[in-house]
Design a protein around this ligand. Structure first.
Ligand code: NAP
Length: 325
């Protein structure tokens, strides 16, 4: 292990989440934000100056070709994840790409194949998986002291004012609740219970054709079920409630970001807190660096198989609600 190595990061797309990620990179001693790329050079310069970034590009391909860069974080709207990832992998750059990994399973499969062909690291930025409170919940479930899961309820809703220019409402950018935030309750179900046997789903559509909210029920063996909800027009608690044989686990609001956990057993409740001083994106970034340190092209946590399962579930829900892009 070469623990002295400084990892040179590049950010592709200078939007909202890119800022949060750049802030968190600053908390990692052996990470450096070496370059940023925007479709607009002035925007790249402004973004880069905020984080003392030496190199700014006015096109994405220049970043992909920069030989100083070890890892590129892709933070563009969903519909561009596939082409941006393929371009970076083609230049043999490790890629951490925002969720959803791409628009459908066929695209994700091609991205994974490309990572294998190029022998280059690729991971979906499902940051929740790497957060301390979420790891604690998965460990607790594994420990089995509360018995088997009987049901899960998870939601993620926020209230956006309608704006046809906001990517959330733009169908051509992959807008809508399912791909943007519904992915988190679905990820919770997959990571806690696994692949369901049957899915039921319904959605309400807005004037731009995006799903404004989506109700999903996943059915598993032995009458286990998951009731999931996503919305971009109503703020919901954004909690995960897991009912088990001998107690319950609540991932308090908002469950997908740094949070606390309440465990109830035999009528006694205990709150577990996991103070995090960053936005929480440093955990996934450190994991990527650790994977590169080991020479892995695939994450040991958010593996190719897990990303394929997640996109397949999203595709299947989309079939149920008749949402086509
Ligand atoms: N992990 C999380 O917690 C989290 C949170 C929010 C979002 N996300 C994911 O991150 C991605 C970006 O979300 P965001 O909220 O940061 O979006 P955003 O603020 O709209 O930023 C997206 C950026 O993509 C670039 N872009 C390239 N082509 C574009 C086009 N035709 N139209 C608009 N932008 C274009 C733009 O950067 P330039 O102008 O610099 O080229 C833009 O600033 C989404 O896939 C979303 O699911 C993840």
């Amino acid at each position: 292990m070469n623990s002295n190595k400084i990892y040179n990061w590049g950010i592709l797309g200078c939007g909202k989440i890119a800022h949060k990620f750049a802030q968190d990179l600053q908390s990692i001693p052996n990470a450096k934000l070496q370059a940023v790329a925007s479709r607009n050079i002035e925007k790249a310069k402004d973004f880069g100056d905020t984080y003392q970034t030496p190199t700014h590009y006015g096109s994405y391909i220049e970043l992909a070709k920069d030989t100083k860069i070890d890892i590129i974080y892709i933070a563009t709207p969903h519909v561009f994840h596939y082409e941006n990832t393929m371009m970076c992998l083609n230049e043999k750059k490790a890629v951490l790409c925002e969720k959803p990994f791409a628009m459908n399973k066929a695209q994700v499969s091609e991205m994974i194949q490309m990572a294998k062909t190029q022998n280059t690291f690729l991971m979906e930025a499902l940051w929740t998986y790497f957060l301390p409170h979420y790891e604690f919940v998965l460990q607790t479930l594994k420990g089995n002291q509360l018995g088997k899961i009987k049901s899960l309820k998870a939601d993620f809703g926020f209230a956006s004012t309608f704006d046809p220019n906001n990517r959330i409402f733009r169908k051509e950018l992959g807008g809508g609740s399912l791909l943007d935030v519904g992915i988190y309750p679905l990820f919770a179900a997959l990571s806690m219970i696994g692949i369901p046997e049957k899915i039921e789903a319904s959605a309400n559509f807005g004037e731009t054709g995006i799903d404004e909210d989506c109700n999903m029920t996943l059915h598993y063996k032995n009458k286990v079920s998951a009731n999931l909800f996503s919305s971009v027009i109503q703020k919901t608690e954004t909690k995960a409630f897991i009912q088990l044989e001998y107690g319950s686990i609540i991932i308090n609001s908002r469950f997908h970001e740094p949070s606390s956990v309440t465990i109830t057993k035999d009528g006694d409740s205990k709150l577990y807190e996991f103070p995090v001083v960053t936005n929480g994106y440093n955990y996934e970034a450190i994991h990527v660096q650790n994977m590169l340190e080991r020479g892995n092209i695939e994450s040991t946590v958010m593996s190719f198989e897990k990303s394929l399962n997640l996109i397949e579930l999203l595709d299947n829900v989309r079939k149920e609600i008749k949402l086509e892009y």
